[in-house]
Design a protein around this ligand. Sequence first.
Ligand code: F6R
Length: 261
Amino acid sequence: MEVVIYPNYEAMSKAAAQMVARVLNAKPNAVLGLATGSTPEGLYRELVRMHREEGLDFSQVTTFNLDEYVGLPKSHPQSYHYFMHEKLFKHINIALQNIYIPSGTTDNYEAFCRWYEERIRQCGGIDLQILGIGADGHIAFNEPGSSLGSRTRIKTLARQTIEDNARFFDGRVDLVPIYAITMGVGTILEARKIMLLASGKSKAKAVAATIEGPVTSMITASALQLHRDVTIFLDEEAASDLKLIDYYRWIQANKPGAPKT
Ligand code: F6R
């Protein structure tokens, strides 16, 4: 795992966007795994800016989103379909047929989940997966206790996640869906390259457990320790509980001059 720490959210988002751009420049038809939530908004803003001002091209890109609330139609302002179109897709030159987001309204979830996994495989697998992290250490909606081998399926959201996400539903816990359809931890670990972003003090404990704690299904993000190419992008507050913070800073400062491997 590589841990990189930036002074604030904006700087972290810009650095993360640079990594996405490097992947797209090397492979214009890359398959991206995308997250929603407040954390990647700055990254998406920066990608839109790079598209407009620097010609970053999405015309051959395919995307798979991590998750969607069960029961929300695509037109619902809090659905992840709506979020992705508003924050990213409608501002870039991605082909609509190359966008995949789990359905929150299918009448056969089991078949849909199987199809989603199959579609990822048919598209060649995910080249770069973007992740946020929940305060309980979840990635996608793989709540504590989720199997580290899990695949796309329906999950019951933890109470903490429902309370955390009530801020998007006028502060009303009763309006937050109880179920989500989500890629599994096993699905995520198959991505060739993974980046996880975290910002703010409320994520500091989960971030420390992810990077420095044991690999455990109680913090599903800790499974990323088993992956060979993960970069963790943090702002100062999200990094504030890390025991080896000085070491990560030392590595980050010396990286530009390091011998090529
Ligand atoms: C969303 C997702 C979730 C969020 C996490 C953090 O697609 O997969 O795991 O990344 O709940 O959400 P924010 O960024 O809103 O704090």
